[in-house]
Structure formats: C-alpha cells, structure tokens
Design a protein. Structure first.
Length: 306
C-alpha cells in the first residue's frame, strides 16, 4: 500500500480529482489555477469550516469515508440554513506524508457521495503535508433570486419549529467516549450527520422569518436567533420530540447536543408546517431563551470551552 508521500502532491491531486463528477454549476473544474463557477443569481452564499483531527474527528472512531461525508454535511447545512441551494465545494486537505493513499481516496469518496445527495460538486482545492490531518472546506450556494433567510427576522407571534435529527450525535459521542459501541444508530449519527437538505426550500415555502442550522445545540442556536432578532424564544419541552433510542438523557441531548445539523426556524403563526417539521414553541417579546417558562441548566458547544 503506497503512502501519500510516495505518490507526491501532483500524483495525489490527479488521483483524487479524477474521481470527482462535476455538476452544472461548475464551468471549469479541477486542473487549472482556479475553478470557474456559475452564479445565476448574481450573489453567492459562502461559508467555510475546519475539521481538525483529534478535535473534530478521531480516526479510531471514524473511517475516512465518514469523515468526508461529515465535512461536506456540516458546511452544506450552513448554506441550506440561508435558504440557498448548494452548488460547489472547495476542499483544502492537510495530511501527514505517511498516510496511505487509500485513506485519502476513501475520504474523497465520502466528499463526492455527500455532494451528490445535496446536488453540488467539489470544484477544486489544495493538498499540503502537515503533522496532523486537517480539512478546510469552503461551500458556495445560490439563492435563485430569493432573499436570504437569516437569524434576524423572527418576530413576536411567530412559531418555532425544528426539522431533522437532534441529540443523536451528542449521544453517540458520549457512547464513544465511554468505550461503548451501541446503540449503533447513535454511533452512526455521530460519525455521519444527515442534514435534511430540503429544509431551506421547505422553510421558505412556509414563509419562515428566520432559519438556522442546529450545529452547537438547539437552545444555544435558538439563542442566536433571539439575539439577532431582538426577541425571546420560548420552548415547550412537552412538544419536543425525544426518540426512545436517546435513553434517559434524551431531552438533554436534544436541547444541548450539537453536530446533528438539523434546522430551527421561526414561522408565521398562520403557517401549516409539513409533517417533517415539529412546532416546539413560540416567539415573544423579551430576550433570551426560556424552557417551560424558566432557565435551563446546560449549554451547547463552544470550541474554546470544550
């Protein structure tokens, strides 16, 4: 099995990019000094994220394919949260030279698979040697002529609704840290988040006033909406779905666990959300987030606290 160092930078780039299909948003893909990407709307939604080995993933817990899927999912969820359609990813990979080429190939297989689910493409990037694996992802999206959905539009009288899996990744991480491997559903959820990529379009169809990717914990992220909008968000735990697989700490995981990349939206009280969305509270005058009328002990994820 050859290593990346033996193959060399340009050999690795060729090996990886030859496997990347290009979608209609890409006018010129990998192979030149830069990619050329179509932007029909005239505006580009852009976001970037880092995944550092030992901080955001561990190779003894996740395989390269799963790491690739996760890297794409957490970036595209931010694009979708703006009400945009994902179009293109740029991928920077820092990797030790002794890493097997097969590891990088499986990583890019995961990148390509997750991009296919969301209808976008990896259009380019860079590879460098480094002491530990780091992925730097830039994701682009198109608004298709619509205004962006931000955190700042919630108003008193709106309802609060959620979409997608919440709490599963945090529960899976807790299991891995304790050396357990079951329930497998939770372990898989931590290794590979599955954002509902249709959530942005669904939220727009409901007339959403604010939308956000739940990456750092539901309550913490609702707090960002409350602060940006100058309102209070009130959550009723009786309406919060807590799957049985989450166990005794299920509600805590749903309210504070991150990295599932579900979505939280505020919608008009007259909206009729589809079955995939669950109304869990309301927007009122005031500030901050209340849970069942009071404060809730326990916060979400903070990169500089954890």
């Amino acid at each position: 099995m050859s290593s990346i160092g033996e193959l060399g930078e340009f050999g690795l780039i060729t090996r990886l990019t030859d496997r990347l299909p290009q979608g209609p948003a890409v006018e010129l893909g990998p192979g030149d000094d830069a990619a050329v990407v179509r932007a029909p709307d005239g505006r580009v939604v852009a976001t970037t994220d880092l995944l550092v080995e030992g901080r955001h993933f561990r190779r003894d817990w996740s395989g390269p394919y799963e790491i690739g899927c996760k890297a794409v999912a957490q970036n595209l969820a931010d694009v979708v949260a703006m009400g945009a359609r994902p179009t293109v990813l740029l991928v920077g990979l820092a990797v030790p030279p002794e890493t097997p080429v097969e590891w990088a190939e499986q990583l890019y297989a995961g990148l390509a698979e997750e991009c296919e689910l969301a209808g976008c493409s990896v259009a380019g990037g860079d590879v460098v040697a480094a002491p530990q694996i780091t992925l730097a992802i830039t994701a682009l999206g198109d608004l298709d002529g619509e205004p962006p959905l931000t955190r700042a539009g919630a108003a008193p009288g709106d309802l609060v609704a959620i979409r997608g899996r919440l709490g599963h990744s945090a529960a899976g991480l807790e299991l891995l840290r304790s050396g357990r491997t079951a329930p497998a559903e939770l372990i898989e959820a931590h290794r590979r988040p599955r954002p509902p990529y249709t959530a942005g379009a669904e939220a727009r169809a409901m007339g959403a006033t604010a939308l956000m990717d739940v990456s750092d914990g539901l309550l913490q992220d609702l707090g960002h909406i409350a602060k940006a909008s100058g309102v209070r968000v009130e959550v009723d735990t009786a309406d919060v779905p807590v799957p049985r697989v989450l166990g005794r700490g299920g509600l805590r995981h749903v309210l504070t666990g991150g990295e599932d990349h579900g979505f939280a939206a505020t919608i008009p009280s007259s909206a009729v959300p589809p079955a995939s969305w669950t109304v869990i509270g309301r927007v009122t005058e005031g500030a901050g987030v209340l849970v069942d009328g009071g404060s809730y002990q326990g916060g979400g994820w903070d990169h500089f606290r954890e």
